[in-house]
Design a protein around this ligand. Structure first.
Ligand SMILES: Cc1cc2nc3c(=O)[nH]c(=O)nc-3n(C[C@H](O)[C@H](O)[C@H](O)COP(=O)(O)OP(=O)(O)OC[C@H]3O[C@@H](n4cnc5c(N)ncnc54)[C@H](O)[C@@H]3O)c2cc1C
Length: 458
């Protein structure tokens, strides 16, 4: 043990027994994609080279990630802004050495009308997004963290079992000024800043009494890895809104796509149990069937598109047909309950929440973890500035800047996604008509579409 760390070790009373307590600068609780990225950012941060950071992860160390032949059923659509963060951490090169699939075009359409919207990157130099397996993302980040993180102590199989936040008294009536953590391995830590990256059921958010808004969508997302009929340049992401929720096919490779089908809990259970051929039929039916079409909406919609084409020539629909699915990878079907969870605040004195611990949204826009990576970039920048000025990383002044900046970005995204989820859960004719006309109008106006792409990329 170095002299510096011996200096940091002193005796305190936590619970009723005297145990060793270590003083560290930052503790990150949760080593998922977001928490591990935060640790990786601090590992490579010049201003944190001589500071002590601890990463707590409840799960065990999976060791070096070896890319399996079979694709995982858990994938994320990563935005260009996330790729930029990963490039700065050296993790994007690791991902490129494993596997990823660019998205060059997106088509979103619905089952109740002919309305659709497409996005493509013809006029943009970047791809719209990149589909990467969650295991590949975490494997890449962990590799970079272990290679560069001399200042980061990763404790696997470890979580905090007891917390004392600033202002709370210990059993000796001593008021806490830092955050004290009692760990499952018996150790105690005192830290200037505790970063909660422990997922949507965050125990830090609960223990620190953050006020939280929660909406159960009463939907589950069924995921699976699908085999497509043709081998081709598979770079289109497809999403069709059905009466019961959206189904999305995200490209993985020449004849493979990753499916995320948000549907009722009952249908999700059924989709997981039915034989493979019935499942494949159900997926093709969801992508192709016409039985929800509303004749009133169709007639008004056709007149509207003709009229709009007179004003904006070339605005007629350029619908592409989705791929045909011919198989599902064995044991790749799984489901996840969906909810919106939002912490009204992301910070308190000496505590900051990042990733799903602060905000969990519907996966229909593929933005959830991208927002979490945005938190990492923002918090890292503010902590750097704070360290440059000799400030205390847990001081509320800096942390409030983080909260303001992130909520300015996240709340509009969250409200839009929640609104879309509501808008597409109804089959009421006037609403279907309005949303169809609105979608087609947006589809016809490149200026608005480019704005949407810009927003989703940042
Ligand atoms: C079906 C589906 C599809 C999705 N698709 C996309 C997509 O395309 N694009 C996108 O951006 N997002 C997507 N998301 C969202 C994305 O998966 C989440 O936003 C992301 O996983 C959140 O990462 P996180 O690191 O914040 O939390 P988590 O992934 O939940 O990680 C939390 C970590 O903390 C650990 N932990 C928990 N409690 C403790 C504790 N007390 N102490 C120590 N460690 C603890 C856990 O073991 C875990 O490793 C999707 C979500 C779903 C359900």
């Amino acid at each position: 043990m170095s002299i510096k760390s011996i200096e940091h070790v002193f005796k305190v009373h936590f619970s009723s027994t005297a145990i060793l307590s270590e003083k560290v600068d930052v503790v990150i609780s949760g080593g998922g994609m977001v928490g591990a990225s935060m640790a990786c950012a601090l590992a490579q941060n010049e201003m944190y080279r001589n500071k002590k950071v601890v990463l707590l992860e409840a799960a065990s160390d999976k060791g070096e990630f070896i890319l399996p032949e079979a694709y995982s059923n858990r994938t994320c659509s990563l935005s260009p802004a996330t790729v930029k963060l990963f490039e700065s951490l050296g993790a994007w090169d690791e991902i490129k050495n494993m596997r990823y699939q660019p998205v060059k075009r997106m088509q979103v359409w619905e089952s109740c009308s002919d309305a659709l919207i497409t996005f493509n990157n013809e006029d943009l130099c970047d791809n719209l997004a990149y589909i990467v397996e969650n295991d590949v993302i975490l494997g890449a980040i962990m590799k970079r963290l272990k290679a560069t993180g001399d200042n980061v102590d990763i404790k696997f199989n470890t979580k905090a079992t007891n917390y004392r936040f600033p202002g709370e008294k210990d059993e000796n009536d001593h008021k806490e000024s830092l955050v004290s953590l009692e760990l499952s391995n018996g150790q105690t830590l005192q830290t200037n800043l505790l970063i909660g990256a422990d997922g949507f059921q965050s125990s830090i958010r609960k223990k620190a009494n953050f006020h939280t808004i929660h909406t159960d969508y009463k939907q589950c997302a069924v995921v699976a890895t699908l085999q497509l009929a043709e081998t081709f340049d598979n770079t289109v992401a497809w999403q069709r809104f059905l009466k019961t929720g959206p189904i999305a096919l995200l490209p993985l490779g020449p004849n493979l796509s990753s499916m995320v089908w948000s549907t009722t809990a009952e249908n999700a259970r059924n989709l997981k149990q039915i034989p493979e051929d019935s499942f494949v039929d159900a997926v093709n039916d969801a992508l192709w069937h016409d039985r929800d079409k509303n004749p009133v909406v169709s007639s008004v919609f056709n007149s509207f598109t003709d009229a709009l084409n007179n004003i904006l020539p070339g605005s007629l629909l350029s619908k592409q047909l989705p791929p045909t699915v011919i198989g599902v990878q064995e044991k790749s079907r799984a489901s996840f309950p969906l909810s919106l969870t939002h912490s009204s605040n992301y910070v308190k004195s000496r505590v900051a929440l990042i990733g799903d611990a602060a905000h969990r949204i519907h996966p229909l826009a593929g933005q959830g973890v991208n927002l979490g990576f945005g938190d990492v970039a923002c918090l890292n920048e503010l902590l750097t500035n704070c360290a440059k000025h000799g400030g205390d990383p847990g001081s509320l002044t800096h942390l409030l800047d983080y909260e303001t900046e992130r909520q300015r970005q996240i709340i509009p995204v969250m409200v839009t996604i929640d609104g879309l989820q509501c808008l597409y859960s109804t089959t009421l004719t006037p609403i279907v008509l309005l949303r169809s006309l609105g979608l087609h109008t947006v589809h016809s106006l490149d200026i608005i579409k480019n704005q949407i792409i810009k927003q989703a990329s940042s």
